[in-house]
Design a protein around this ligand. Structure first.
Ligand SMILES: NC(=O)C1=CN([C@@H]2O[C@H](COP(=O)(O)OP(=O)(O)OC[C@H]3O[C@@H](n4cnc5c(N)ncnc54)[C@H](OP(=O)(O)O)[C@@H]3O)[C@@H](O)[C@H]2O)C=CC1
Ligand SMILES: O=C(CO)COP(=O)(O)O
Length: 334
């Protein structure tokens, strides 16, 4: 199968390798001539995946139209906030049987749209030709072919199976799931929770605090997802608890790392620069909170992250603020 990945960052490049290892003929599109040349000529992407040899079957281009021209599968791995603008020139130009795959874990600022909604709208595709791939999928581990599993979500079982077949290999195991809303929300909101865990660790707090933030974070994710019509089974699954655990535990996670910098006293801009790469929670925490407020869903950890990043709440006030909330029963539902 001919497959194209848009984005030569850590996940786009790794996903291209996953597709190639699964037998696809793969092109990656990127805007940086230097990165594209290195992928094409040296089979490396030192800026994003230092020390990793890429499969020889992966080629690269800066020509967006040419990249997608014959592709049956087009995967999108640019930062969520630039996805719509990146895809706009391709509207209506994909093969008539092409499917698009969102690899992004954010929510669009200004519209509060999930990324599969943005992809479908920007490319002019019906929902059935769009899928989401999300799970405990830290790029640097997968680039080293360490085994993991993932979820392929689509409203169309045929599309989900097509994508699952295109990425399955000896180290990457896909499960299909029709719950696109739940899978996507899990991916976006776990970044906010990982940022909160990073803050707590940056403050020098230990495993009890971490476990509390992860567990109550999963409650927040579940509440919002259920209010949006997601399936309850998705939240304890790979795209929910699985990805939450990976991101909150790994020092490779950019969201977690950025939270650590904030916890140790850096300002937001300084923390973004020190982290490098795309930490989606920085932009997505506000649209997530907006979605929750519109649906009257309580998300105190997300709200606290927004207050620290954007409303000047001193970082040492975060835990006292959360713990001072009225006592209540431990229930997921409101
Ligand atoms: N890394 C990971 O482990 C995983 C990431 N994801 C998700 O995948 C998505 C992409 O993340 P990731 O690959 O890690 O990000 P990176 O920061 O590693 O790479 C970002 C990529 O997007 C490009 N880019 C940045 N800004 C623009 C722009 N304005 N227009 C066009 N292209 C742009 C960059 O190009 P340039 O080099 O030219 O700046 C680069 O190719 C995110 O939503 C993330 O949450 C999902 C699962 C795992
Ligand atoms: O989504 C990820 C792992 O599944 C990657 O997490 P970060 O974006 O925080 O690095």
């Amino acid at each position: 199968m001919r497959a194209t990945v848009l984005g030569t960052g850590s996940w786009g490049t790794t996903f291209a390798a996953v597709l190639a290892d699964a037998g696809c003929d793969v092109t990656v599109w990127g805007r940086s001539e230097a990165v594209v040349r290195q992928i094409r000529d040296q089979h490396r992407n030192e800026a994003y995946l230092p020390g990793i040899d890429l499969p020889r079957g992966v080629t690269a281009t800066t020509d967006l139209g040419a990249a997608v021209a014959d592709a049956r599968l087009v995967a999108v791995a640019v930062p969520s906030q630039v996805a719509r603008a990146t895809l706009a020139p391709l509207a209506g130009s994909l093969r008539s049987d092409a499917v698009a795959v969102s690899l992004m874990k954010g929510v669009e600022l200004g519209t509060d749209r999930r990324m599969s909604e943005v992809v479908a709208a920007a490319l002019g595709l019906p929902d059935e030709r769009v899928a989401v791939v999300s799970g405990p999928n830290l790029a640097r581990e997968i680039a080293r072919r360490q085994p993991t599993a993932t979820v392929v979500a689509s409203t169309s079982d045929e599309t989900a199976r097509l994508v699952a077949g295109a990425i399955a290999s000896s180290y990457f195991r896909p499960y299909t799931n029709p719950d696109v809303v739940g899978v996507e929300l899990c991916g976006a909101v776990k970044n906010v929770i990982a940022l909160a865990v990073g803050i707590s660790q940056g403050r020098g707090l230990g495993y009890n605090t971490m476990a509390t933030v992860i567990t109550r974070g999963l409650v927040e994710i579940t509440r919002l997802g259920l209010a949006l019509g997601a399936a309850p089974e998705t939240f304890p699954g790979l795209a929910g608890m699985g990805d939450l655990m990976a991101t909150c535990a790994s020092p490779d996670s950019r969201n977690h790392t950025l939270g650590g910098h904030i916890g140790r006293g850096m300002g937001l801009d300084e923390a973004i620069a020190a982290t490098g790469g795309t930490a989606e929670a920085v932009k997505s925490c506000r649209p997530v909170l907006e979605l929750a407020q519109r649906l009257d869903v309580e998300m105190p950890i997300t709200e606290a992250v927004v207050k620290v990043l954007y409303e000047g709440l001193p970082v040492d006030q975060l835990a006292p603020m959360l713990l001072a909330r009225p006592h209540r029963a431990e229930a997921v539902r409101r």
